[in-house]
Design a protein around this ligand. Structure first.
Ligand code: CTP
Length: 412
């Protein structure tokens, strides 16, 4: 997730450097925007070095001596669209006034108007400025508009006075950020197993059968679950993706290897999401040497791979199992069939041929089919958001007692 950190001109500006670092440690990418007066207190280079990203300072940044450039003039719109949260720390009385009244005369105040993302401000100023009715009125206006205010603390202020006005503690600011992003820790205590990516089924030492899965959907589930406090074991086929922070990744290549890894880790998990696009067939024989070209037509004998989801579902106990159904036609019908045939608790179905859905994209369009017949067609959203909805359903299904068919109940 991406946070834009606005730094405005106050003595506490130096504390924003530590804040940027802590945000990154929590897995956020951070774009820093500094006001002119902030730059009197701390150099942009400090933030550039910490975040590894260019720091934005001016609304009309021009190459030295040259005319103002249009690219940077419209940059605030691009930054606004990319940001998941705008955090301003420290926020001066002047910045709060601009935000409250909708003035837009620098990059940060323009960004505030252009951004639809949640906003968190952590004010820091002299105690009299903080208590002034003008500031308090601005704060009330911002709060009424949904802006989250991290109240300044009491203490010794740089101006020599004592009272309210110190920038809140970094932990408090981070808690407000998590709350604003609704980063729940509701999966604490759960162990989630996730399969992701394609599998590769070798034909000979240089050739293999595979599919177009990028692994992004499964990795998004793993990342979202880890952020919500779950222990996550990600069993991944070959992908170009980095393991999300805090996730234990087991790399595999073939369906057989994936099956073995899942069998080994399954007993420890409380829920499992099978997002991998497992090859349904593999060559009967893997040739030890490279196959040579031949003029005659070639037929390769294939055999089915183990159905990992269906196999584990036979021993699932109280675990919630989620499967995917990547379809190109009759999506609902196929999804309902898979739910029953695989004994899954939830099937996430998508039409991989629809625009905005499917492989190698950041977005997906899915419908969730739950074992209790609840069906939920979600609009197009990022794979990370889809992941959050899947996890919400996992929690709901875990809390819903499973109906045991009458026949099995009498055997028990
Ligand atoms: N799956 C699995 N092991 C396999 C094949 C599929 O665990 N050998 C899982 C996938 O991870 C997915 C679900 O089963 O969660 C459905 O996969 P999909 O390929 O859509 O279904 P198939 O059973 O292969 O049916 P078909 O290809 O005929 O649609």
């Amino acid at each position: 997730m991406r946070i834009t950190l606005g730094v405005t001109g106050g003595v506490a500006a130096y504390k924003a450097a530590e804040l940027a670092r802590r945000l990154q440690q929590e897995g956020f990418s951070v774009q820093v925007v500094m006001t002119r007066s902030a730059r009197e207190f701390i150099a942009p280079l400090t933030f550039a070095a910490l975040t590894g990203e260019k720091v934005i300072t001016d609304l009309f940044a021009a190459p030295s001596g040259g005319p103002a450039n249009l690219d940077s003039a419209i940059e605030h719109i691009a930054v606004a669209q990319r940001t998941d949260l705008l955090l301003v720390a420290p926020a001066t009385a002047d910045t709060l006034a601009k935000f409250a009244r909708g003035l837009a005369d620098d990059f940060l105040s323009t960004l505030y108007l252009a951004a639809a993302a949640p906003v968190v401000v952590a004010p820091a100023m002299n105690v009299n400025m903080w208590r002034h009715p003008a500031t308090q009125e601005n704060i009330a206006m911002l709060r009424a508009r949904g802006v989250r205010i991290v109240e300044p603390g009491e203490g010794y202020l740089a101006c020599g006075m004592t009272g309210a006005g110190r920038l809140a503690e970094i932990d408090e600011i981070l808690a407000a950020v998590r709350e604003a992003l609704q980063l729940k820790r509701d999966l604490a205590g759960e162990t989630l197993l996730v399969t992701a990516g394609p599998t590769c089924e070798d034909l000979d030492p240089v050739r293999y059968l595979t599919n177009r899965s990028s692994g992004r959907m499964g990795y998004a589930v793993a990342e979202a679950a880890a952020r919500r406090g779950a222990r996550v074991i990600l069993i991944s086929g070959p992908t170009a993706l980095a393991a999300p922070e805090g996730v234990e990744r087991v790399s595999v290549r073939t369906a057989e290897e994936m099956h073995r890894a899942v069998l080994e880790k399954f007993p420890a998990c409380t829920a499992a999401v099978f997002a991998a696009a497992v090859a349904d067939y593999r060559p009967v024989e893997k040739l030890p040497q490279k196959m040579k070209r031949n003029k005659a037509p070639l037929t390769i004998a294939l055999e089915p791979t183990p159905d990992i989801l269906a196999d584990l579902a036979r021993q699932k106990g109280q675990r919630v199992l989620v499967g995917f159904a990547a379809e190109t036609e009759h999506v609902a019908e196929n999804a309902r069939k898979k739910l029953a045939a695989k004994n899954a608790d939830l099937i996430v179905a998508n039409d991989v041929s629809a625009p905005g859905a499917g492989f190698d994209l950041d977005t997906n369009i899915v419908t969730l089919y739950a074992r209790d017949a609840r069906e939920n067609a979600l609009p197009q959203m990022s794979k990370f958001e889809v992941a959050q909805r899947i996890l919400d359903e996992v929690l709901r299904l875990r809390a819903t007692p499973r109906l045991v068919p009458a026949a099995r109940r009498s055997q028990a």
